[in-house]
Design a protein around this ligand. Structure first.
Ligand code: SF4
Length: 266
């Protein structure tokens, strides 16, 4: 039985599963839940304007609540191919993320666990240690400069571009799982694109995925926008300026040729 109803989307720390074009049935885990909480406030964020823009790590939702919601989903025989930590913002801001990963790993040792992170906490050794046990770590990087980060990702005070880059490099040195980089290719990036090549190569990622904004920017926060679903709910949204499809494909091709990295486009 699926739990993917509008009601459950809003009430639980575990949501979906949502169909992922790459991973199959992906069950989302939200380690933040109370409201949207992130160290970025990206201009394209599907959650809308971030309510709590912060770099502070804290316990935002109790581990037991997440495990209880998770047990309920598996008890209903829902098909789950992969677990993804993401939810209402930046999952590594949850101080108890480690407990959640271990708790879910004990309940479902054979289901792979992935995370989507903006890498703003990866300079912290304790965060790197927590992520080591995951099967796949997907980091976001939308450009090669502090200025671009400030324009596109609108970070919380205290976030430094250099420490993000260093954090990813340090993590790569110790991580044996699959490290992927996701980049939202926006018109703003075009003029700095070549600077991107060396930075990306230095991460030695298993894959780079280029996206364009596929969903509109909601005017306000709605919890049901967690997850990579295709639903558009009934409230005011703004569509973002996208790269022309030909430019998008051409940039991806140049990137792949110049870096030798495996590239996926969506
Ligand atoms: S990092 Fe992710 S959750 Fe945070 S604002 Fe950007 S898109 Fe939204």
């Amino acid at each position: 039985m699926s739990t993917n109803t509008f009601e459950n989307i809003n009430k639980k720390t575990v949501y979906g599963p949502v169909k992922s074009w790459r991973f199959g049935q992906s069950l989302g885990i939200d380690p933040l839940f109370q409201t949207s909480i992130c160290s970025f406030d990206c201009i394209y964020c599907q959650l809308g304007k971030i309510q709590n823009l912060t770099i502070k790590r804290d316990v935002y939702v109790k581990t037991e609540q997440v495990l209880e919601d998770y047990r309920e989903v598996i008890a209903s025989n829902t098909i789950v191919d992969v677990i993804t930590y993401s939810g209402s913002g930046e999952p590594t801001l949850a101080l108890n993320l480690d407990e959640m990963i271990k708790g879910i790993g004990k309940l479902s040792p054979t289901i792979p666990q992935n995370i989507l992170t903006n890498a703003t906490t990866l300079h912290l050794p304790e965060v790197r240690k927590t992520l080591l046990s995951l099967d796949k770590v997907i980091v976001k990087l939308d450009g090669p400069t502090e200025q671009l980060m400030k324009t596109v990702n609108r970070p919380a005070e205290g976030v430094s571009f250099e420490s993000i880059i260093e954090g990813i490099r340090e993590f790569r040195k110790i991580y044996n799982g699959a490290l992927e980089v996701q980049c939202m290719l926006m018109p703003l990036l075009e003029k700095d694109f070549e600077q991107f090549f060396e930075i990306m190569k230095s991460f030695n990622p298993n894959l780079v995925q280029f996206n364009t904004p596929s969903r509109p920017y909601p005017s306000s926060w709605h919890r049901e926008n967690r997850g990579n679903h295709e639903l558009i709910f009934d409230y005011k949204v703004n569509w973002l300026k996208e790269l022309d499809k030909t430019d998008f494909e051409a940039m991806s091709k140049v990137f792949s040729e110049q870096t030798g990295l495996k590239v996926l486009i969506k």
